[in-house]
Design a protein around this ligand. Structure first.
Ligand code: NAP
Length: 412
């Protein structure tokens, strides 16, 4: 930690370095507070990193030729147009569960669109690691066999890392119901280990992937992910003066991810009969590439402690069946233990801490006081009785839209 904090300087040091009075820097900090928030030490003293120094220099240069009001207008525009472009270049990224559906898609996009220094793929099964090695041949990939249940292995894997995407999980509802303590060990204890390792190594950004099933959980999978969310949010408090920040992304079903209903329907339709547990069922849906984009955006926006929830459409399970297997007669087999008829992404209790933007909701942590500002995002509170459920959603995918998406994503 001493290494990282030694890159931060005090206001006196900054003032001498740039030859700008401390009082002016303080004034600028309050004037530009929508877009500039320097780090504060545990005792409340300002600490400035290289980005802050560059920002102050920029204000100083611009303000020579124009009023501060105008400088603000320009900088707000600059900042909002670059917020989505969090600089992944040169970063060392660890993806736990990097061989899974999400991990693979995330890694491919990161390599295609950015220049990370290295991506560490962390998971248990060497065959999946070997397959990814064959599929994505890139010297920046590091194949790390490891279990999130193993703290000491994670301690090594997180050393020198800039961003952690925590995707490793047990996620099959029936499997978690049948093997409850295994789900606890991977999803809860594994997340605790990851938090401890990230704190020990001062990893600046950690994003945990969560699910609608964590909201008002009806099954053990959801309950373990709820615990993981709570631990990640609370970890910001343990972080104290350290630079590590933790946030979560929570979304609904990802189309055609491993073990989901779409691959099942595609397989079953060959036999002329698909199975549906309950015909009333509705679900939130997003594509794998939408999930990856959203996680990348959340990584850029995070201050720590937020749960980011995308605005996504719903679909009716019967419509999905019609889109995939119109010729098949669905066989109703009855709801499974732990299954809900409809899913929920934000519940009433969370509503009072929820803010909406055009494309997402941000649930703030009650534990943090300095929430609230995101470059280029206009936040609006949601009504007190707001809930975001798959059956009351204002966006629905029709059978034709589902077909088109499945074709576009090369699923059908
Ligand atoms: N798919 C969805 O619809 C959906 C929706 C919302 C949220 N999510 C969340 O998104 C994340 C990724 O989901 P996904 O669809 O990509 O899952 P996935 O395809 O099943 O991949 C899971 C990954 O985690 C690894 N893993 C499992 N247990 C592990 C352990 N103990 N230690 C280390 N690695 C372990 C797996 O590799 P090994 O088995 O080789 O270890 C695999 O790489 C999960 O956290 C899930 O809860 C998924």
């Amino acid at each position: 930690m001493a290494g990282i904090m030694s890159n931060f300087i005090t206001i006196g040091h900054l003032s001498r370095k740039l030859e700008i009075p401390s009082s002016t820097i303080r004034y600028w900090e309050s004037f530009f507070n929508e877009i500039w928030k320097p780090y504060r030490s545990k005792g409340g003293q300002r600490r400035y990193c290289k980005t802050d120094i560059d920002f102050v220099k920029r204000i100083a240069t611009l303000s020579q030729d124009m009023p501060l009001r105008e400088v603000k207008r320009i900088l707000v525009q600059e900042v909002s147009s670059t917020t989505d472009n969090f600089d992944w270049n040169g970063k060392v990224v660890l993806v736990t569960g990097g061989t899974g559906s999400f991990g693979k898609a995330f890694i491919k996009k990161l390599l295609k669109e950015h220049k990370p220094a290295a991506i560490r793929i962390y998971s248990r099964d060497e065959l999946k690691q070997f397959q990814i090695q064959q599929e994505i041949n890139d010297t920046r990939l590091r194949y790390q066999i490891g279990d999130v249940r193993d703290y000491h292995r994670l301690l090594k894997a997180t050393y020198g890392v800039d961003v952690i995407i925590h995707a490793a999980a047990m996620k099959q509802v029936p499997m978690c119901e049948y093997n409850p303590f295994e789900a606890v060990k991977t999803n809860i204890i594994g997340t605790k280990n990851l938090i401890d390792a990230a704190l020990a190594n001062n990893v600046p950004r950690v994003i945990g992937l969560s699910t609608d099933k964590a909201v008002n959980p009806a099954n053990l999978y959801g309950a373990t992910k709820l615990c993981a969310e709570k631990m990640l949010v609370q970890a910001n408090v343990y972080s104290g003066p350290r630079p590590t920040r933790f946030s979560c992304v929570r979304y609904g079903n990802v189309m055609a991810s491993r073990g989901s209903v779409i691959p099942l329907f595609i397989e079953q339709r060959q036999n002329g009969c698909i199975t549906i547990t309950d015909p009333r069922m509705s679900r939130f849906w997003l594509t794998l590439s939408e999930a990856v984009d959203f996680v990348m955006r959340a990584t850029a926006f995070m201050h720590g402690g937020e749960i980011f929830v995308p605005r996504i459409p719903s679909m009716k399970i019967m419509d999905l069946a019609k889109a995939i297997a119109p010729e098949c007669e669905p066989k109703i087999i009855g709801i499974r233990p732990g299954e809900k008829i409809h899913e929920i992404l934000i519940n009433e209790t969370e509503a009072r801490d929820t803010f909406s933007t055009e494309n997402m909701f941000i649930i703030h942590s009650r534990l943090k006081k300095d929430n609230g500002r995101y470059r280029g995002l206009k936040l609006e509170s949601v009504p007190e009785d707001f809930v975001y459920t798959s059956n009351t959603n204002d966006r629905w995918l029709s059978v034709d839209e589902l077909k088109a998406i499945l074709k576009r994503e090369n699923i059908l």
